[in-house]
Design a protein around this ligand. Structure first.
Ligand code: AMP
Length: 109
């Protein structure tokens, strides 16, 4: 079972920010910014590429609530999902990194 599925099942502890029936937001174990959380669907999808669009639709509303909960909805943040080998994905369960709490810098110049 993948590591994030084990987190969903409570077999591995996590620092939960927000949870509902379908999604979980928890702090990244190795934060790269003042705020660095991961947002995942509880159901296992390997990456964004395999994820049905209706899941992404619901994930949007959940991510917006997470940003409010973390008090970064007005200051801003970046949402990133890594996809596959070239995308640098290490955990093969769809997740979005939500980073912020400070300026995160430009992604593309
Ligand atoms: P990615 O490279 O996009 O697959 O990112 C995987 C992320 O998962 C990394 O930022 C890791 O720090 C994070 N991570 C791995 N294991 C855990 C864990 N048990 N709890 C929280 N975050 C984790």
């Amino acid at each position: 079972m993948c590591i994030f599925c084990q987190i969903v099942e409570g077999k591995i502890p996590n620092k939960t920010v927000l949870e509902d029936e379908n999604f979980l937001c928890f702090h990244d174990i190795n934060p790269t910014r003042k705020v660095h959380v991961l947002i995942i669907p509880k159901e296992h999808y390997k990456s964004f590429q395999e994820t049905p669009s209706n899941i992404m639709c619901d994930l949007t509303a959940f991510a917006q609530k997470c940003a409010k909960e973390l008090n970064i909805d007005e200051s801003g943040y970046r949402l990133i999902t890594n996809i596959g080998d070239d995308g640098g994905q290490e955990v093969h369960h769809l997740h979005f990194h939500m980073i912020g709490g400070e300026p995160v810098g430009r992604l593309v110049r």
